[in-house]
Design a protein around this ligand. Sequence first.
Ligand code: MN
Length: 318
Amino acid sequence: MEQTIIETIERYDRIIIHRHVRPDPDAYGSQVGLKTLLRANYPEKEVYAAGEHEERLSFLATQDDVSEQMYEGALIIITDTGNTERIDSAYYEKGAYVIKIDHHPNNDPYGDLRWVDTTSSSTSELIYRLFKKGEQLRNWTLPHEAARLLYAGIVADTGRFLYPSTTNATMRAAGELITYDFDRTALYDALYEVDEAVLRLQGYVYQQVKLDEYGSTSIRLTKEVLADHGLVAEDTGSLVSSLGQMKGITAWVLFVEEDDIIRARLRSKGPAINELASRYNGGGHPLASGASVTSWEEADELVANLRALCRTYNEMKG
Ligand SMILES: [Mn+2]
């Protein structure tokens, strides 16, 4: 597969790389990491990373301006994006050929060519594998900046190598990436620093947690609570994973009220929750998914379903 992708890349003069909406470090890492890799090894090609820039990820990269006309005849590569609704591009279908590179379940097999490996920790790890094949077949080199971006994606998507998605291959990739010249400490600081208001909100979240007998729990962040903390919905991204350290927790959902919807972030240490998420306009990984509901009544229903999943899981465990 890696070789087919390399040969496809070589057939196009213009390559536009996209990723999912509301990008995270793996989305930027894989997208801009690939752009940086391709620009270095094919300086004659036009390579762009496009989509709406996320200000919070400015320490990683920015995005390129690409006009609608530039899609004509271009190769489009979409990284880290499971389904078409999540592609951050209005024009990707205007491209000549579309490649999907991803590690989410392949429920929506879009594109002309797909490289989907759900056993990979991150899409950044897949891009590193692509680089290794290019190194072997074409003498590709990896710019230091691409190494920094791919490393950031791997670190973030594995929860700093804590999640079970971290494999021997992940560790070897990370081990090789840190031999490149970039400031790891500065990268960690940028990835994990939170401001005071977010820490205070985290304290609020911890106070709301009530584990039921099956280890499930839900937390609601209303617009009022966010406003009380001087925060907006986009500030809450780091809160959901920190609950995983709670003793006895099996699965949990954090609801964040936005203007028109209530966003639901689901995590699990037991039962798969991505099927549940898909019933509420979402999806994702078996142990980490996102969804959305339109009312607190619908949120109650999602919570009941999550609780039922945990009950079944506990019964199966005996
Ligand atoms: Mn990812």
